[in-house]
Design a protein around this ligand. Sequence first.
Ligand SMILES: CCCSCc1cc(N)cc2c(=O)[nH]c(N)nc12
Ligand SMILES: [Zn+2]
Length: 374
Amino acid sequence: MTEDALKYEVLASDGAARRGRLHTAHGTAETPAFMTVGTAGTVKGLLPENVADTGAEIVLGNTYHLMLRPTAERIAELGGLHKFMNWNKPILTDSGGYQVMSLSELRKITEEGVAFRSHLDGSRHNLTPERAMDIQCLLDSNITMVLDECTPYPAEPDVAADSMRRSMRWAQRCKDAFIKRPGYGLFGIVQGSVYPDLRQESAEALQEIGFDGYAVGGLAVGEGQEVMFEVLDATMPHLTRERPRYLMGVGKPSDIVGAVQRGIDMFDCVLPTRSGRTGQGFTRRGPINIRNARHQADPRPIDPDCGCKTCSSYSRAYVHHLVKANEMLGPILLTIHNLHYYQELMAGLRDAIEKGELDAFVSAFHRQQAAGDL
Ligand SMILES: CCCSCc1cc(N)cc2c(=O)[nH]c(N)nc12
Ligand SMILES: [Zn+2]
C-alpha cells in the first residue's frame, strides 16, 4: 500500500506501547485511540457535538446496518456518511461480516461471501469482499475494513485454520477491489482463533498482501482477558511497527490498558455507550450501577475526578432518579460521562507513553480501580 494512502507516525514509545498520530482526509486522530461506536450512523442519544466534546476523534459505522437501512446508495446520493450524520472527523466502517453472523437469520458462508436474510424484513442479501469495498466507498469511509469471518469461539484448530485461510483469500479480493485515495485506507484483519501458529500465518499473509493498518479480529468473543492477552502476545511480534494496529471490539478499561502495553493503537467497544443505556457508569474507582438505591440521595457526581458535562452539573441522585423514571436524559447523561471517561483514559495512556511513565500509570490505574467506589 502506498505510504501516502493513510499516513501514520509513531511519536514516542514505551516498551511495546506506542504514541502515534493517524492522518486521514477528514483530519488526524491521536493514538492510542478509542473509537466511538455509531453503528447505524448515530452514537445513540448524542448529537455529534456532544460526541466531539468527549474527546472522540474517530467514529465507527457499520456496513451491515447501513446497507440494509437506508442503503449505501442512498447515503452516497446524500453526500456520504460524514455529511449524512454531520460528523466531519474521521470515520472507520466495519465490513459487516461480524454483524451478519450475529444479527441476521439464514446466513450461509461460501467462498464467494456471505448470503443472508435481513433481520429487518427478511430480504435476501449477498455480502462479498467486492460488495463490502463498494459499500464502504459509497459511505466515503476513511478507514475501510476487509470482509472477514470472525471465527466462532471456541473452534478446533482445523476449523479455525479453514476459516482464517478463507478470510485471507477474501482479504486479497478486498485489496484488489479497494479504490486507493490519499487520506483513505484499508485495514486487514488477523484471524486464527487462539492458535499462535495460525495467528502468525494470518499476520504474515496480510502483510504479504499489504495494508494501511492491521486489525486483530476474532477476540472479545468470550475468551476472557487472560486468553486475549495470550493471543496478543503471540500475534503482535508478527505485525509491522510502521502501521497502526486495531483490536476489534475491545473492551473494558483494563482490557484496553493491557492491550496498549502490548502495542495496540486503536480500540472500539459498545461498552461505554450500551452500558450507559442500562445504568452503568465507569469511574476511576471502578464501575457503578446508578440504579442502585445507595445513589438515590448522593449529591456527588458520577466521578468526582471527572470534568465532563454530566459530572460538572448533575448529581448521582439526579441521574439515579432519571434512570429509575425511564427518562430519556438518564442514558444520555451516562453515555456522555462514559465516553468522556474512556477518552480521558486514552489521553492518560498517550501522556504516560510520551513521558516514558506507562508502568507507573498502569500501576496507579489498577490501584484506583481496586479501591472501589467511595
Ligand atoms: C462496529 C463494530 C466494529 S468491531 C466488530 C468486531 C468485533 C469483534 N470482537 C471481532 C470482529 C472481527 O473479528 N471481525 C470484524 N470485522 N469485526 C469484529
Ligand atoms: Zn463525568
